[in-house]
Design a protein around this ligand. Sequence first.
Ligand SMILES: NC(=O)c1ccc[n+]([C@@H]2O[C@H](COP(=O)([O-])OP(=O)(O)OC[C@H]3O[C@@H](n4cnc5c(N)ncnc54)[C@H](O)[C@@H]3O)[C@@H](O)[C@H]2O)c1
Length: 370
Amino acid sequence: MIEREETARSREPRRLLVELGENSYPIWIGEGLMDRLAEKLPPLQPGARIFILTDHHVDAFYGDWAERILREAGYPTRRLSLEPGEATKAFGSLPPIYEALLDFQCTRKDLMITLGGGVIGDLGGFAAATYLRGMPFVQIPTSLLAQVDSSVGGKVAVDLPQGKNLVGCFYQPKAVLIDPLLLQTLPERYFRDGMAEVIKYGCIRDAAFLERLAGLADRNAVMAVMADIIETCCRHKKSYVEADERDLGLRMHLNFGHTLGHAIEASEHYEGHSHGEAVAMGMAAITRISEAMSLTQPGTAEKLEKLLRQHGLPCRMPVEKKKEILAAIATDKKNLGRTLKVVLLKTLGESYLWDASPSFFDAAAGWQAE
Ligand SMILES: NC(=O)c1ccc[n+]([C@@H]2O[C@H](COP(=O)([O-])OP(=O)(O)OC[C@H]3O[C@@H](n4cnc5c(N)ncnc54)[C@H](O)[C@@H]3O)[C@@H](O)[C@H]2O)c1
């Protein structure tokens, strides 16, 4: 277990409410929140069981701790830890989860907690949505990407060999509990991944936030204001989700940089650049292209690249993979049967949707080498 400051414990967590009618839920954000985990759970019947789904990395740091707190609060608990990594977000991971839930005699009155990054959140959320036609679940995101993005919004899914997130549904958690101190153990690579999503929020709707990020020199500086950063991102995510729960329009803005990003990952069979690196390259490249086409205010790409590099993220596309990347864009599930909607920046802090042809991505400005 990591050491925690006494002062952090006494600080009251912040609360945001995702307002979705009967599917509304709170997001709690606070340093030391893990210690108060049991207090922040949704109301449960006496004797309710809690099933914790996690992965081996997260389990090693936080599994015993979470289970102890819940047991001390009187909940019978059971924990299932899976192999870390995207390969676990697969259809084949579901039966062992259902079996463990059955073995623990979980009903719809019990609760699943997903303790982990986006993989565990997406997989566990989908298992919760489908077990007994839906049992309640709470997200405790432990990666930066999950704390600022994937734990909020109710998109849960598993991958198929043909592609990512191809089987899933919309299923909102009952609460999201975010303790920024858990990020102290997050490996650097995944910290940077999360920063790409953090920068994305600034790009699409918050220029002042981008300026604040530009003033943070390194991970320590970011960690010092992490609760603020997470709150800002979750506020933005919440407002997109409230306006477009089913991802039919406005929520597409959150895909800024992701069309190219996903194509890079697919062209490398998910074994090359990380998700955040690919999204960073995608955001920079699409902004260079749109700027060259006078669809974006001049100077935007340069400022964006400077910020991305400052936070350890790459900006130039892997030119040697151009053919494969363009082919992957053409087969992306979001492009099936229609014009390709892409998210462009008018300027930093303001995004809009644009109908592009796949050849849009061919433009030379996107493929400049270092
Ligand atoms: N549902 C959504 O809206 C949404 C949005 C964006 C991304 N996603 C999904 O999220 C997934 C990626 O999430 P991710 O980047 O969190 O990956 P991940 O869950 O694989 O976590 C990254 C790595 O960090 C480790 N880890 C996590 N927290 C840790 C901690 N506190 N200390 C030490 N190690 C820790 C994990 O074990 C793993 O090895 C993808 O499957 C993506 O499709 C979903």
